[in-house]
Design a protein around this ligand. Sequence first.
Ligand code: 5GP
Length: 125
Amino acid sequence: MPIDPTLAYDHGNIFARILRGEIPAKKVYEDDFALAFHDIAPQAPVHVLVIPKGAYVSWDDFSAHAPAEEIAGFIRAVGHVAREQGLVAPGYRLLANVGMDGGQEVPHLHVHLFGGKPLGRMIAQ
Ligand code: 5GP
């Protein structure tokens, strides 16, 4: 069920719990600003989620309210993970769903990194 991205941050959401180590995740990268882990239901041969360590509901919340240092750190982490996963030469896709029409289901900002095969058109018809 898509979330309402205008609501306040819910500290009980599943990615907040992963950040606190309360539930497991297959981590691929972590630094001061970001955590990256494999999606539990991969939609491509490589499907990694990268999340900021700060409490931001969505890309909208993050881009409006995060300090510049956190934005820079997170974006650098996304690029680092893509390189580390070997995705740059073959190519890959970045995606951040926001709210109802975007189909965002977890109310903590996450960027999907997809790769490992040709990914086709951007939006299913
Ligand atoms: P959204 O639709 O919000 O952009 O994507 C949420 C993603 O989180 C989905 O691709 C879903 O498979 C993934 N996901 C949901 N719960 C968990 C979980 O507990 N662990 C992991 N690793 N991924 C999850």
